[in-house]
Design a protein around this ligand. Structure first.
Ligand SMILES: *Cc1c(COP(=O)(O)O)cnc(C)c1O
Length: 404
């Protein structure tokens, strides 16, 4: 077989569909977020980033950076191996306590990313609970889908954010069969939010465990940043709350928070935990500083909400179509992969604005979009520049507007 030709033709078909992904070559600058330098064949230009998942700019927060510097100087660079072989770094132990406290759970368990926490956490539970059936929301993230798949359990997909369909499907499985309901709080592409209380009520009625991915909510919702489950007073009802340290907390890593026995069980059986080097202590220290800060401080959350509201209002005034939702995520709908990429390219090349196009398979075909995530650090001028750039491109391409 001509392997190279195989790879090239696969890439060519992505290009033909307008789905080939080009990553902007960006240099972030601590202290200047959301500005970054973009390296391109034409040189280096300042750009404004409008699609970062460092939602609150915690990736440049002085307390986070200081904690990381101090940890490197104290403990060195890496963790020195897997926790099974090399033991715990004390920082990991402290961070797990911090996370358990954040969600009001007995324990927490760290992973190297949110993806791994879902893949390994959910996968291990689904694989080891005898004959477990997993009920998975139709909108679930790839990390949960992959975890469920590798567990080889029986999977049933319920209609997105639909407790009635979940109830119907749970009723079809015998009462004594172990059941696990997996869903998210804030769905990152539409920015809609799950009815956690109703889903928990249905799960409880059928004796099912619940597993909630709060990746796009931790740090952002709830008085202490404990996510939508905290904001709605539902955290105690969830069997497992999963989160990331890489988005609003601005560092990297993932975790589950649950009962002591459940976390200990996953720690003892999950290959995605056991056989991989632990997070560097500096990463854990940075994440801990970020979580502690956002447990106390509302400033970042309030400022972000203000920015989000302002972007929505300016988009409305310009008649630019965006999905209405109760979260911090603003999807500007385009509905065509090639156009979406074209708009993103023009924003970058002509206006020094970086918004990555979101195409299939991340979202269904025909719902291609620009996903805008305003941060506390986007100024009024940044917002005017973004909206006027979009408006100009909308006019040039002749895209439809909506009534204000
Ligand atoms: C990003 C994401 C993850 C993975 O988290 P990482 O820490 O980036 O690996 C998990 N779930 C959802 C819904 C996500 O969007």
């Amino acid at each position: 077989m001509d392997y190279e030709a195989f790879f090239l033709s696969g890439l060519q078909s992505l290009r033909a569909e307008g789905r080939y992904r080009v990553f902007a070559d960006l240099e972030r600058h601590a202290g200047a977020f959301p500005k970054a330098s973009r390296h391109s064949p034409n040189g280096i230009h300042d750009v404004t980033v409008w699609c970062s998942n460092d939602y609150l700019g915690m990736g440049q927060h002085p307390a986070v950076l200081a904690a990381m510097h101090e940890a490197i100087d104290s403990y060195g660079a890496g963790a020195g191996g897997t926790r099974n072989i090399s033991g715990n770094c004390h920082t990991h132990v402290l961070l797990e306590r911090e996370l358990a406290d954040l969600h009001g759970k007995e324990a927490a368990l760290l992973f190297t990313s949110g993806f791994v926490s879902n893949w390994a956490g959910l996968g291990t539970l689904a694989a080891r609970l005898p004959n477990c059936v997993v009920f998975s929301d139709a909108g679930n993230h790839a990390s949960m889908i992959d975890g469920i798949r590798q567990s080889r359990c029986i999977k049933r997909v319920f209609a997105h954010n639909n407790p009635r369909d979940l109830d119907r499907q749970l009723s079809e499985v015998a009462p004594d069969v172990p059941k696990l309901v997996a869903f998210e709080s804030v769905y990152s592409m539409d920015g809609d939010i799950a009815p956690i209380d109703e889903i928990c009520a249905v799960a409880e009625a059928h004796g099912a465990m619940t597993y909630l991915d709060e990746v796009h909510a931790v740090g952002l919702y709830g008085r202490r940043g404990g996510g939508v489950s905290e904001a709605t007073g539902q955290a105690h009802r969830l069997t497992v709350i999963e989160g990331t340290l890489g988005k609003a907390y601005g560092v990297v890593g993932g975790y589950i928070a649950a009962s002591r026995a459940l976390c200990d069980y996953v720690r003892s059986f999950a290959s995605g935990f056991i056989f991989t080097t632990a997070l560097p202590p500096a990463v854990a220290a940075g994440a801990m500083a970020s979580i502690r800060h956002l447990k106390e401080s509302e400033v970042e959350r309030l400022r972000q909400r203000d920015r989000v509201a302002r972007v929505r209002q300016r988009l409305d005034a310009a008649g630019l179509p965006h999905l209405d939702n109760p979260s911090h995520i603003i999807p500007v709908m385009v509905g065509d992969a090639t156009l979406c990429k074209q708009i993103s390219d023009r924003l970058l090349d002509d206006f020094d604005i970086y918004v990555q196009p979101i195409n299939y398979p991340t979202v269904p075909r025909g719902t291609e979009r620009l996903r805008i995530t305003p941060s506390p650090f986007h100024s009024n001028e940044d917002i005017e520049h973004l909206v006027s750039a979009l408006s100009e491109i909308w006019a040039d391409i002749g895209l439809e507007r909506v009534a204000a």
